[in-house]
Design a binder for this molecule. Structure first.
Ligand code: CA
Length: 226
């Protein structure tokens, strides 16, 4: 498996290369963000190990740029930053894992093997269906360029429908996944009510029909945004 390591500290980069090669990986090195991005785009890598603080372009920006181009190569951030918000930022930008320095090569190699097993299937940080988009991290939804203000429940409902876009989702499935058990709601009508609220925000004002009723089965969010 060929892995790109982007790390500006040359001695550390060389050590990571040796450590991972000892575990059977083929390693290419880049020492700045711009070169790293270029190599990640051009080379066909099975994974990328990415430092965050890099000259030229940060690891965050490299990750964001790759995901914006629908490049789903598994990415592991390797960094001295260890604040929980830094880690959350990296993962929300579309990275797959995170390891803080100092780290063990055995653990790094094991994490990489786990990532590569999952492969490069699309796993967008921002969900899209046509011109409908939803960012689960910032809790923002848009119809085209227009921001749509949703309540927490409406947002969760739309998120679930978008994660299953193009498939029929039953009312009871929605009740299970969108409503807390603590809410203790047994009435499926509440789902209908909220689907109505959602339509009035994402469909009606735009003359669209993204949320479709499938008689006797449930609802379907049109994959093309309606
Ligand atoms: Ca660095």
């Amino acid at each position: 498996m060929r892995v790109l390591v982007v790390e500006d500290e040359r001695r550390l980069a060389a050590a990571v290369k040796r450590g991972l090669e000892a575990s059977g990986f083929a390693i290419d090195l880049a020492h700045d963000g711009v070169t790293g991005l270029h190599m990640a785009r051009e080379g066909s890598y099975d994974g990328v190990v990415l430092d965050i603080m890099l000259p030229g372009m940060s690891g965050y920006k490299v990750c964001e740029a790759l995901r914006a181009e629908s490049n789903w190569v598994p990415i592991l951030f390797l960094t001295a930053k260890d604040g929980e918000y830094d880690q959350a930022d990296g993962l929300d930008l579309g990275a797959d894992d995170y390891l803080t320095k100092p780290f063990s090569y055995v653990v790094l190699a094991a994490r990489l093997r786990a990532l590569l097993r999952r492969g490069a299937a699309p796993r967008p940080a921002i969900l899209r269906a046509g011109d409908l988009s939803l960012d689960p991290a910032s809790r923002v939804a848009h119809r085209g360029a227009e921001p749509v203000t949703l309540t927490a429940r409406e947002f969760s409902l739309l998120e679930y429908l978008m994660r299953h876009a193009g498939s029929v989702v039953s009312k009871s499935e929605l009740l299970t996944h969108v409503w807390d058990e603590a809410d203790d709601i047994a009435d499926l009508n509440v789902v209908e009510v909220y689907v109505g609220y959602l339509r009035r925000k994402i469909d009606v004002p735009f003359g669209r029909h993204a949320v479709q009723t499938v008689r006797g089965a449930g609802y379907l969010l049109a994959a093309d945004g309606g």
